[in-house]
Structure formats: structure tokens, C-alpha cells
Ligand binder design. Structure first.
Ligand code: GLY
Length: 356
């Protein structure tokens, strides 16, 4: 079943409509401490449903998306009398929608839930597509289920207060979707300025709608990631390795920045393995360098990066390293096994392109 996604800057009204259609007798809202301070009061003023809802709060930040936070959510739902017919409205970024989605999907074997993403990264990725999870045993998103929200309500009206770094982080996932879709979509994204002072939230809502449709179309064909959904991993094999290594050496980078650098590595490999056009590779590399800067990688770090790629949970077997690559824009090929020598050569070219 395709997930219902509503693009609107009248969020309160949409929440009232959807909850009315669900006919839920009781409504709960999950926020983190940031969305509780900054977003909840706005929605309480706009929506009778939110104004009357019982509020459950969780800590902010990926480190708090854990089993304790999940148990605390279940306990609040239970103590406050939630039933299978109740609805949980998750208001926040990926931490809140992942945690709240998993909590709702498992509470009494599943209650209704609605996602209201408040970050660009959440809107374009985490809140849509039915992946829910918590971190466990030191591993990210280790425990979770595929469960579609009853609805996802996407608005750009919450983004005005986001730091530029967070906007750019989400924008990298939009560039990934455009690479999977069409040259036209990519050109429109590269021409738009997601950073202040040129941020135009109406235009961004239109671009977001196109971008989310790319993911929605893929997920509708392969919710549980048996095949085609692996295309959404474009840029993530190298990106996750860069992100994990930066975290290990105490200089964490935003997820979308790692994806942007990972996309450059992936397009280099796509050129080497599948003849992806060099002109587009250079265009993306220049865009990434200008907007995300250059993430420095030294030759000495290659073995550790490659080991992280080998053990990426999306890699089907540690005996080989598999990438989603592109023949051209809109032509992904999943499961491309690439040798370590070629990955090292691609990292060399990444460093040249990033002027490192
Ligand atoms: N973030 C990629 C996916 O949802 O499959």
C-alpha cells in the first residue's frame, strides 16, 4: 500500500483532517525537547487535535534513540491509556519519527501513527518509506520494523529556523534522489539555493514533493529492501564509512555531508565501472566542493575506510564490497561488487576532485 504523503504549509488543518478520517478516540503527540519548545506551541494554536492531545517527550539526538527511550514511550502510552485505535503523532526529525514509528508499530501489536517531520532530512528520508528503528548494542538502527505511517505531513514552514548545515544535510539526499531520477530534476536542484538569504520555502516545498515521489515510487515496489530499494543506498556505502570514521575520531560530520562526499566516490566508481558521464561527475563534484567543502581523507586511512565499507550492514556479505552505482542519471545498478584496488583508485580521484 502506498503511503499517504501530504505536502502543505497548513499543517494543523491537515492533522485535524487525517485524525478525523482515522476516527481515533485518543491522540498522543511524541516530541523531543526541541520540537516541544519550538514546534508544539505553533501546532497547538493551529490544531484542535494537537491542543487536546496528551504529550509525550523524549530526549533529542541520535544517541537517545535507544531501548530506554522506547521503553519509556511504551510506558507512557500504556499509563495514559492508549489503545490500538489511538493515534500517535510524531513531531520531530528522524530520531522522533524512527522511535515513534517503532513504538507505535509495536504497541499492542500496532496503533495508528502520523509523522510530521520538522527537518529537511526527516522530510526527504527518515519520515517516509516505512523504516522504523532504535539503535541497539552500539549499532545504528539495529532493531526495527517496516511499518508505514497512516500519513506523513510534510511542510517547509518549520525549516526557517534550521541551521544551514542541517538544510544542506537534507539537500544531499534530495540530490541523491535526483541522480536516481532525471537530469531535469538534478539541474533544478543544482540551480536552487537551499541556504539563506535565498531560501524560498514555497519553491522548496515543490522540489521536496518531486524528490519524495522518487523515494515513494521505489518503496512502493520494494518496501522491505529485497532489491530495487537498494538504489536508495546510492552514495551511502562510502558515505557511511566516512561518517563512521569521523565519529570514531571524535570529529562527527552531519549525515547528509557524508552522503554528499560518498556520492562523489560513488560517481567516480560509476564512471570507472559503468561509463557514467565524466561531465556530470565533474559537475556534482564541483557542487559538493562548493557547498559541503572537502572532507579530507589520507592514503593511510584507506584500509580503515574499506574495512568499514566491508562491514556496512547494507553490504550483503563481508567477503566483497557491493555498491549501488549509476550507468547514467536515472539508471541505477544495485549490487555492483567492486575490488579494493578500484575503491582505492576511486578514493585517489575523489581527493583530486576535492583538491585535497
Ligand atoms: N534511507 C534509505 C531508505 O529508506 O531505504
Amino acid at each position: 500500500m502506498e503511503q499517504k504523503i501530504i505536502f502543505t504549509n497548513h499543517v494543523g488543518e491537515s492533522i485535524d483532517d487525517i485524525v478525523g478520517q482515522l476516527g481515533s478516540p485518543a491522540v498522543f503527540v511524541l516530541c523531543d525537547v526541541n520540537t516541544q519548545s519550538f514546534v508544539l506551541p505553533v501546532l497547538q494554536a493551529q490544531s484542535g487535535t494537537v491542543a487536546a492531545a496528551k504529550i509525550i517527550s523524549t530526549r533529542a539526538g541520535d544517541a537517545s534513540k535507544d531501548i530506554e527511550a522506547l521503553a519509556s514511550l511504551w510506558k507512557s502510552l500504556s499509563d495514559l491509556g492508549a489503545t490500538r485505535q489511538s493515534v500517535l503523532i510524531n513531531i520531530g526529525g528522524g530520531v522522533v519519527t524512527d522511535l515513534g514509528g517503532f513504538g507505535a508499530a509495536t504497541f499492542k501489536r500496532g496503533m495508528h501513527f502520523i509523522n510530521v517531520p520538522t527537518t529537511l532530512l526527516g522530510a526527504v528520508d527518515a519520515a517516509v518509506g516505512g523504516k522504523t528503528s532504535v539503535n541497539f548494542n552500539g549499532l545504528k538502527n539495529e532493531i526495527g520494523v517496516f511499518a508505514n505511517a497512516d500519513a506523513v505531513i510534510i511542510s517547509t514552514c518549520f525549516f526557517n529556523t534550521l541551521p544551514q548545515q542541517q538544510l544542506l544535510s537534507g539537500y544531499a539526499e534530495m540530490i541523491k534522489h535526483a541522480l536516481l531520477q532525471s537530469k531535469d530534476m538534478l539541474d533544478r536542484l543544482l540551480a536552487y539555493s537551499v541556504v539563506y538569504p535565498l531560501f524560498d520555502s514555497e519553491a522548496l516545498l515543490g522540489l521536496l514533493e518531486e524528490s519524495v515521489a522518487v523515494k515513494q515510487n521505489i518503496v512502493a515496489q520494494d518496501l522491505t529492501e529485497k532489491g530495487l530499494r537498494r538504489a536508495l543506498n546510492l552514495g551511502h556505502t562510502a558515505g557511511h564509512a566516512i561518517e563512521a570514521m569521523a565519529l570514531k575520531y571524535q570529529s562527527p560530520v552531519p549525515h547528509g555531508y557524508a552522503v554528499a562526499w560518498g556520492l562523489v566516490v560513488c560517481l567516480v566508481l560509476s564512471h570507472m565501472e559503468l561509463g557514467f558521464p565524466s561531465e556530470t561527475l565533474h559537475k556534482i563534484a564541483a557542487y559538493v566542493l562548493e557547498n559541503y567543502g572537502a572532507h579530507s581523507i589520507t592514503c593511510k586511512e584507506y584500509p580503515e575506510l574499506i574495512s568499514l565499507m566491508r562491514h556496512d550492514k547494507k553490504n550483503p556479505s563481508p567477503d566483497s564490497i557491493s555498491f549501488t552505482l549509476l550507468k547514467d542519471i536515472g539508471q541505477p545498478v544495485c549490487g555492483c561488487v567492486v575490488s579494493e584496488e578500484k575503491i582505492e583508485a576511486a578514493l585517489d580521484i575523489y581527493r583530486d576532485l576535492m583538491h585535497i
